[in-house]
Design a protein around this ligand. Sequence first.
Ligand code: CU
Length: 153
Amino acid sequence: MKTLIITKVLLVTSLLIFADEKSQIQKIELSAVGNPPGTMKFAKTEIKAKAGSKIELTFKNPDVLQHNILVLKPGTKDKVGALADAMLTDPEALKKNYVPKSDDIIASSKLVNPGGSEKIVFTIKEAGDYPIICTFPGHWRLMNGILKITKSD
Ligand SMILES: [Cu+2]
């Protein structure tokens, strides 16, 4: 009887450890370039994470301009960029943080003020090159990079 209980406890414990590993959060960070001011670029052109578990991306803005950050489906940078350009005539654009409406957007932040930061949390299931862009008017052509998602092992 005692042995049975011990076995059960061990089983539950190992299941909990397994669940914890599965839900492990990958914390990554990306900054806008702050020096020289107004560069309109991300500090890195590529950041990496693994498929399958939660990604917590902290975006920091040390620049003098406002910026945001969007994670897009592979190959949709130009398409979403064009939608961002089209927002110039949308009177509600600021309220929407300059984030266009599109199914190609996996995650997006609010508009981040100079000196501010924002966290976005999302999960990507498949490996690939996921574009990251800032959709503040006129920025995305310069302010872009890649989130490289590799298979989880
Ligand atoms: Cu920007």
